[in-house]
Design a protein around this ligand. Structure first.
Ligand code: SF4
Length: 482
């Protein structure tokens, strides 16, 4: 998908004023947090379960190259074809070629973050192969051309009236309705028709088991299972970090993944496929391609300071605990990944310079690190990006450096500080009262574009203290002193 991380502040400002988004944001993260607590407490020892998951992800990071080779060997020995793509373009071209060589005109897709990252739908559609999303939320966002609002509920904030209007326009329903059951039924019928004649299905991969060459998918609607079992040709797209050493590791990660976001002990459907359909099996694809996408990850992996970002299993738990996400939702992040997960991943995929608003929009409270079952240390990563940006821009940052020097001088001498306060207070008061930022000096305009300043009292505490110093004490206090 096309990245719009440069619109972060504008979109965040818009979302803060969007009443509907604010209602969902006041319910969604707290709701998921309660469900998560219930789900995690169903482990006999939740802390050990998380520790085990973190250890699995640490092992994956340590052994990633050899695990990927092992996965390839085992997947190939079970009849799958493994193709490696250096970047998004290569991955898209590989998948388009598979479709073209078979004369395929459309494919259905299971929900997959990596295909959103590489913009697969757009590429296929541009080149004459229709790509139909099959997860209900993804169907809605695809038809409305919206980015995901939340990783687990991409269209959870879209009102039924809007869904009805777009379904009507696309012929999915004949009469307008806002009944969610009818809307769900209609999209089911519409997709069944697609599955019935399906020649090619495309899915992501939640875990790729190195020891067996198995791909594992987790979902709640059954659409991925339909996409995997209906067509002759199945293409599974995965990023490097999806690999896990053993089936036992995959199962543990699935148990953690479900509990850590929606609080489910297990999602409604978990499918595990090792190679294409074998003789005597009733369903499954005749041919299975597994496209392993790098798209910048080798470089991330080579860098010891950033490689831990590859621990992420996309559970979405960190979105539900992040105070920033809870105010602005998923749209401002402008890419496939939102919330803390996006803040640490997008800068490495899209470039530190292009995404500075993302890693700056963080209070470093560390709630995401605490909730992360994969052991991603978000605050450290965000600080690394900030430090890299500062050292790169070091020479240009004259304004910030001068301000820092001024403040240092001010706090070392009281009279300078008081003078500074006298000069700056009227300016800040005006800003707080009318929000006019156009005449802010010294680069402060950028700072206040997305920060609200509380209104200041007309006089400082110090001034008021001097006035009251000799005033008679209130009755109650006088009695106490006596
Ligand atoms: S960073 Fe951690 S909590 Fe967030 S989505 Fe990834 S694994 Fe889940």
């Amino acid at each position: 998908m096309e990245a719009h991380t440069d619109r972060f502040k504008v979109t965040a400002g818009r979302e803060l004023k969007n009443e509907l988004s604010q209602i969902f944001l006041s319910l969604l993260p707290p709701g998921f947090t309660i469900l998560r607590q219930i789900g995690m407490s169903s482990f006999p020892d939740p802390e050990s379960a998380v520790e085990q998951a973190r250890a699995i992800r640490a092992e994956v990071i340590e052994r990633m190259p050899e695990l990927l080779e092992e996965f390839e060997r085992n997947a190939v020995s079970r009849g799958a074809r493994v193709l490696w793509a250096r970047d998004a373009r290569e991955a898209n071209d590989i998948i388009l070629d598979i479709a073209r060589q078979r004369g395929i005109t459309y494919a259905t897709k299971g929900k997959s973050m990596i295909t959103e990252e590489i913009g697969l739908n757009e590429h296929l559609i541009r080149n004459g192969v229709d790509a139909y999303e099959t997860d209900l939320g993804e169907v809605i966002t695809q038809l409305l051309e919206l980015p995901p609002f939340h990783i687990v509920g991409p269209a959870i904030n879209v009102p039924p009236e809007e869904i009805s209007a777009v379904f009507l326009k696309k012929g999915i329903i004949k009469e307008p309705t806002t009944n969610p059951i009818e809307l769900g039924k209609a999209v089911r019928v519409y997709l069944r028709e697609k599955f019935r004649h399906l020649e090619m299905g495309i899915v992501g991969v939640n875990m790729a088991v190195a020891a067996t060459g198995t791909i594992v998918n987790v979902e709640n609607e059954g659409n991925i299972r339909m996409t995997k079992s209906s067509p002759k040709t199945l293409v599974a797209v995965m990023s490097l970090e999806k690999v896990v050493p053993t089936m036992a590791d995959a199962v543990h990660m699935v148990r953690i993944l479900c509990r850590n976001c929606t609080g489910q002990k297990m999602s409604s459907y978990v499918s595990m496929d090792t190679g294409p359909r074998k003789q005597g099996e009733v369903d499954g694809p005749e041919e299975l391609f597994i496209v392993i996408v790098d798209n910048g990850r080798s470089e991330i992996y080579r860098d010891r300071e950033t490689r831990d970002v590859l621990r992420c299993i996309r559970c979405g738990g960190c979105l539900n605990t992040c105070p920033v996400y809870a105010k602005i939702g998923g749209y401002p992040y402008g890419f496939a990944y939102s919330g803390p997960m996006g803040q640490v991943l997008n800068p490495l995929l899209l470039g530190i310079e292009e995404t500075s608003d993302l890693y700056r929009a963080c209070t470093l409270c560390g709630a995401c690190r605490q909730i992360c079952p994969a052991g991603v240390d978000h605050p450290s990563l965000l600080l690394t990006y900030r430090a890299r940006e500062v050292s790169r821009k070091g020479k240009d940052r004259k304004v910030e450096k001068s301000l820092a020097a001024l403040v240092t001088l001010g706090i070392s001498r009281a009279w300078i500080w008081n003078l500074g306060v006298r000069i700056m207070r009227p300016l800040f008061r005006r800003l707080a009262q009318n929000g006019n930022i156009t005449d802010m000096p010294l680069g402060l305009k950028g700072w206040f574009t997305c920060r609200d300043l509380p209104d200041m009292p007309a006089r400082t505490f110090h001034e008021r203290w001097i006035d009251r110093r000799d005033a008679p004490l209130p009755e109650r206090q006088r009695k106490k002193e006596v």
